[in-house]
Design a binder for this molecule. Structure first.
Ligand SMILES: [Zn+2]
Length: 381
């Protein structure tokens, strides 16, 4: 197939726009060098690279070097390794280790002439190098996997899939299976989820969360859901905390997403009984999906509904249950701590209710250790 895609600068700017829109960021301070085709072989020789190599990325100065106009290499080195080193924790650690090694080598060899052998000898006994080497080995799979998946994604955007497929045709079965697994995940959960699964930073907004959930659950499930709220810190490397009343979604917990779902009936009951678990998101959560009026109604209901004896007893009962559950675990265990902390929270809520106080203000909720409670939610079940 002929390459009819736009020229390189155009491809870069279109990809930046696409990433900005999808992720909220793009490659920022990665440098790009391209080398003319006829000079590529001698460049590879000089840099000790295999001449079949179609590009290189240097974490120590965040530079991608590619043969001129090779778009798959641009995707792999610049948007793949480049973005990974800027926007994932393990990529950043790789850069830091490489920089540290560079500084130590500069110090060692600053005043003397040295050979490659000298450097190799130095590295053998250098701690930073050992650490870097170990870290590289551990992360090689995800590091390369992300770059190859980026080639897959962007070759699709620019009608270059056939070239991508030709390139990876020659791979052995084992590596092919890994790529297929990534592609299947991508098909099932969408592009944004795939970036997050690779550990890339989250720039969490209600709009982006909606898109993410549509990809995962399908538009119909999202349109039929009563309420989805965004809570939690929204930090780049914390999980995305969501809370839903829906008969169409299922709870999910993984390294980047924590969605707690109650069906509509259960949710109503929890509001009626002033359960802390639903109060916090209703009062403080950000609206993502569903019926805004319904959210306002629930907020009002928490302010106005009578505090019943049933609600007080319900919270007392939950307090006891959590405490008993916690005590089943050994001293100093995390489970015990969580159980006891839940127990205290429910107890404090029950006592406040008994005194006619609604746990509605942010201050009072934080007195109830609510934030902690919400962050640990589900941990006991
Ligand atoms: Zn690579």
């Amino acid at each position: 197939m002929e390459d009819e895609s736009p020229n390189l600068p155009k491809v870069i700017s279109l990809t930046n726009d696409y990433y900005q829109n999808l992720l909220g960021y793009s490659v920022q301070d990665t440098k790009l060098k391209s080398i003319k085709g006829e000079q590529w072989n001698s460049f590879c020789q000089k840099s000790n690279l295999n001449h079949n190599s179609s590009g290189i990325y240097l974490p120590r100065n965040k530079t991608a070097i590619i043969p001129k106009n090779n778009k798959l290499s641009l995707f792999h080195e610049y948007f793949g390794h480049g973005l990974y080193c800027e926007k994932s924790l393990s990529g950043r650690k790789l850069v830091d280790l490489e920089k540290r090694l560079l500084e130590e080598e500069k110090l060692e060899f600053s005043n003397s002439r040295f050979t490659l052998d000298d450097i190799q000898r130095f590295r053998k006994r250098n701690q930073t190098f050992q650490e870097l080497d170990e870290f590289r080995k551990q992360n090689l799979g995800i590091y390369e996997g992300f770059a190859i998946w980026t080639e897959f994604l962007l070759s699709g955007q620019f009608n270059l899939r056939e070239i991508f497929e030709r390139k990876y045709d020659s791979l052995n079965l084992e590596n092919k299976a890994v790529i297929d697994e990534m592609i299947n995940f991508n098909k099932q959960y969408g592009n944004l989820a795939t970036f997050y699964e690779f550990g890339l930073a989250r720039k969490t907004t209600p709009e982006r969360v909606k898109k993410l959930l549509e990809d995962i659950y399908g538009k119909e499930a999202i349109n039929n859901s009563k309420l989805v709220l965004l809570t939690g810190s929204k930090k780049s490397f914390s999980d995305i905390d969501l809370f839903a009343s829906s008969n169409y979604l299922q709870s999910i917990k993984n390294s980047w997403l924590d969605l707690v779902v109650f069906d509509e009936k259960d949710f109503e009951k929890k509001v009626r009984l002033f359960e802390v678990q639903v109060i916090h998101p209703i009062i403080n959560g950000e609206f993502v999906i569903g019926d805004k009026n319904y959210l306002e109604q629930k907020r009002k209901q928490l302010e106005e509904q009578p505090i019943t004896e049933e609600a007080i007893q319900h919270n007392l009962k939950l307090s006891k249950e959590q405490e008993e559950l916690g005590l089943k675990y050994s001293r100093n265990s995390k489970e015990r701590q969580i159980g006891l902390s839940y127990g205290k929270t429910y107890l404090a809520n029950a006592l406040a209710l008994k005194n006619g106080k609604r746990p509605l203000t942010k201050e009072r909720l934080s007195n109830l250790q609510c934030k902690k409670f919400i962050e640990l939610k589900g941990g006991m079940k």
